[in-house]
Design a protein around this ligand. Structure first.
Ligand code: ADP
Ligand code: MG
Length: 462
């Protein structure tokens, strides 16, 4: 900045001129910012936020603090008696203003700010949580989250723009994660969305067509492919989806009879592992000596409805057996390192009684935009009824956005955009890491149907 002193020596006659120039330059800067603002904001969101967004929002917060608190029912009026006294003494003058919670300094972040607020006597953090949507509207920000760190204080964490609208997902580094932990996208909080199979072994992923299910599976496969894990696919739509990763899959079933055989083999594998654990007196395969520890198996099922829907009496038994096998694998699998990731467009009671039993075994849930409320209710309703509203508000224009829920809570998230071509290339690159489990040896490689489709599966063990 140039100090005014430098101009003081100019002759008085020049004063008007430099003021004119200054205004012109300032006007120019503002015009450029207004014109280039959207570009600037898209290219450098953090700089945009710190240079322009933050001062505007901070002004709104600071200057209107009292009015906002009062408007959001967070102010506490003084004792009525005091109001009467004020009336008597003041001769009808305005009663004392209500007390508002005191705010500390705003702390800027890359995408918003946080601020500590002291609760007034009688207030609880829930009062702020309830007022959070109103605060977000008042400050014209994307969201306000309320947490407590210390008794008597709440922390308001403000996100200015929807971080999921344009997540900076370039940080996705398949293979850099720990075993069975994969960064598949970003959470609304700005943190990585980590799908951790060791923490939550089985997952249910739902979403309407083109809501982002396959993209999430791509990200998961891209992350798991470089790790020492076996990937097994069940894709009864003829292997159209999971067939892409065929080189990295230890087995792939592309129709229901194939799926049934594969599941029977997987069940046998879990039972063998169980026997191994019993033999060494341990409760899970992770506790086995390293040289005996079997490879983790991640079973990916695309389109659960293809396994459960029935058209004839004969199919009923097949569907029933498939459901039972899946449920048993889910029940036994976690400790034996057999993990399930089940995706589907919809889950509903019409898929048969097995679907509810399976759902209760799948502790992790990902709900993308869905076409029917029942699917959202089935996916999230038993864990977090309050997440339903957020699931139904997912913008169709923001494919990949989902509600991620588990027993612990729920969050909005968006998967990394890993295209089919990228996932395919990664599967090819790490094809040499594919463990031979001896599963589904005779299952066909996806492609035109061959006579081999109808051959019984080789049931050799690993
Ligand atoms: N996380 C994401 N970020 C950006 N675009 C996405 C994301 N997920 C999906 N999309 C877009 O949506 C399209 C459909 O996604 P896809 O995963 O194939 O949906 P589904 O398998 O549910 O039918 C993708 O081709 C992509 O353009
Ligand atoms: Mg798909």
């Amino acid at each position: 900045m140039i100090g005014p002193g430098a101009y003081m020596q100019h002759p008085a006659s020049g004063g008007g001129a430099w003021l004119g120039w200054l205004l012109l330059v300032l006007g120019g800067v503002v015009a450029v910012l207004v014109a280039a603002g959207p570009l600037y904001r898209r290219r450098w969101p953090v700089f945009w936020w710190l240079a322009i967004g933050l001062p505007v929002v901070a002004w709104r917060v600071v200057v209107r603090w009292r009015a906002t608190m009062a408007g959001c029912h967070l102010a506490v009026s003084r004792k009525p008696a005091l109001t009467i006294v004020a009336n008597l003494i003041g001769g009808g003058s305005a009663p004392p203003a209500p007390k508002v919670p005191r705010r500390r300094m705003l702390h800027p972040t890359r995408n918003g700010f946080w601020v500590l607020v002291r609760l007034l006597p009688g207030q609880v953090p829930e009062d702020f949580a309830e007022a959070a949507p109103a605060l977000a509207h008042a400050w014209r920000v994307h969201g306000v989250r309320v947490t407590t760190t210390e008794r008597g204080l709440v922390r308001l964490t403000v996100t200015a723009l929807d971080p999921l609208r344009d997540p900076q997902l370039s940080r996705l580094r398949p293979g850099k994660g720990e075993l069975l932990r994969v960064v598949v996208g970003a959470l609304e909080s700005g943190a990585d969305w980590v799908l951790d199979l060791r923490l939550i072994p089985h997952w249910l992923i739902v979403g309407a067509t083109r809501s982002g299910k396959s993209t999430l599976i791509n990200a998961l496969v891209a992350g798991l492919a470089p790790q020492p894990v076996a990937l097994v696919g069940i894709d009864c739509k003829g292997g159209m989806e999971l067939g892409l990763y065929a080189p990295r899959l230890s087995a792939l079933a592309t129709n229901r009879p194939g799926a049934l055989e594969l599941l029977a083999e997987l069940l046998k594998l879990t039972q063998d592992r169980m026997a191994l654990c019993r033999e060494h007196a341990v409760r899970n395969v992770g506790a086995l000596p390293a040289e005996l520890r079997p490879v983790p198996v991640v079973v990916i099922v695309d389109e659960i409805a293809e396994l459960f829907l029935i058209a004839s009496r004969a199919e009923k038994d097949e569907a029933q057996s498939t459901a039972t096998a899946l449920i048993r694998i889910a029940q036994l699998g976690a400790a034996l390192w057999v993990f399930l990731v089940v995706a589907g467009q919809r889950v509903g009671s019409d898929l048969g009684p097995g679907v509810t039993a399976l759902r209760s075994q799948l502790g992790g849930r990902v709900c993308h935009r869905v076409a029917d409320p029942e699917t959202a209710t089935m996916t999230l309703g038993d864990l977090h009824p309050d997440a339903l509203e957020a699931a139904q508000a997912i913008d169709p224009g923001q494919a990949g956005t989902a509600i991620v829920a588990s027993g612990d809570g729920w969050e909005r998230a968006r998967s990394a955009l890993v295209s089919e071509a990228e996932a395919q290339a990664i599967a090819q690159q790490y094809a040499h890491l594919t463990p031979a489990l001896g599963l589904g040896r005779t299952l066909p490689i996806p492609g035109p149907r061959t006579a081999a489709d109808d051959q019984p599966t080789d049931l050799r063990k690993r």
